[in-house]
Every structure is written in structure tokens, then in C-alpha cells.
Design a protein around this ligand. Sequence first.
Ligand SMILES: CC(C)(COP(=O)(O)OP(=O)(O)OC[C@H]1O[C@@H](n2cnc3c(N)ncnc32)[C@H](O)[C@@H]1OP(=O)(O)O)[C@@H](O)C(=O)NCCC(=O)NCCS
Length: 175
Amino acid sequence: MSPAVSYRLATADDALCIGALGTQVWLDTYATEGIRPALANVVLEHFSPHAVSVTLSQADVSVVVAERAGHLVGFAQIRLGVDHPHTNAEASAELERLYVQERFTGQGIGGALLTQSEDLACERGARVLWLTAWVRNTRALAFYPRQGYEDTGSTFYCFNNEHFENRLFSKRLAD
Ligand SMILES: CC(C)(COP(=O)(O)OP(=O)(O)OC[C@H]1O[C@@H](n2cnc3c(N)ncnc32)[C@H](O)[C@@H]1OP(=O)(O)O)[C@@H](O)C(=O)NCCC(=O)NCCS
């Protein structure tokens, strides 16, 4: 029988492994044509142990980690108080990251991390959880609607004079 997956809130000690897993999943997802300097810069900037430690220390951020047999296999990161760009929603939170290591996808871990993120956001006062997904990330584009998220339009992520179209998804959380 394969080991069970457990979930908990991240602590400062998780920064190193979150950074490593984040690097792996981010490159698998976004560096679809290989690595170029702009991508290398972004990934090293966002997932260095220092950068992740800073993120984990922020009061408006919560991170849930998924572990199996003592190893990190996925994580979800939400940030409270970030308005949804397309609505003047009441209190909103953004799902900034939902990353599952490739070999553990399709086993319900992403869905469980998302549900826990919604519960956390709701407990902390958010009434809407929203996120953006790259238009070429077909798996994510299919995943969120099946988790009850509504596609509310497009938005662009810009860095180094490059523009990446994303779809915006949002879900009302239970009152
Ligand atoms: C998108 C992502 C988070 C989904 O995570 P996941 O762990 O694969 O999600 P789940 O396993 O909960 O759901 C995926 C599918 O597996 C199915 N599934 C869930 N549990 C299952 C199980 N025990 N056995 C078989 N299939 C299962 C689900 O029904 C779901 O099917 P659907 O997409 O047709 O609805 C993951 O693919 C990922 O990390 N991708 C790379 C990073 C990324 O793109 N993140 C999102 C950025 S916006």
C-alpha cells in the first residue's frame, strides 16, 4: 500500500524544500521550450530559499504543504486581501501557487490542496478565491472549472517586455 499523503501549514523550516519543488514544477510548467535568461531569472528570484522564507514570514500569506513519507510532494500558497481584478468583490484572496510534483499528479493531491486553501481563505475572512492560469497550461485550464471555478476573462502577466496571456478564475467561498 502506498504511503498516505498528509497536509499541514508550512513553517519557516519548509522554505528550502518549497523552493526546490517550486523550481521544478515552475520550469516543467512554464519553460516549455527550454530555458532562456528571462525564465532563469524569474525562477531563481522567486524560489531561492531566501525569497521563500520572506514569503512565508508575511502575515497575509498562508502555505499548505502536502507530504508523503517525509517528502514534500506539493504545496498551495494563498495571499489574503488581494482584490480580484475583474470584480469589486468583497474580501478576496488570491491562490498564488498550486504546485504538485509531476509524478504525484492525478491522485487528488491538487484537489485536496485547493480545498484546504479555500477553507483557510474562508476562515481568514475571504469570500472569493481567485487565480490566474496561463493560456497554454491546458491541464490547469481544465482543472479549475471542474473544481467549481468560473472563468472570468483574460489578463496579462508581463516581465522583461514579454506578455503572457492568462485566464482568470474565481470561486465564491461558503459564507
Ligand atoms: C494543476 C495541478 C495542480 C492539479 O493537481 P493534481 O494533483 O493533478 O490534481 P488532482 O489529482 O486533484 O486532479 C486532477 C485529476 O485527477 C483526478 N483524480 C483525483 N484523484 C484521483 C485518484 N485518486 N485517482 C485517479 N484520478 C484522480 C481528478 O478527478 C482530476 O481529474 P479532472 O482534472 O479530469 O477533474 C497539477 O497538475 C500541477 O501542479 N500542475 C503543474 C503546476 C500548475 O500548472 N499549477 C497550476 C497553475 S495555475
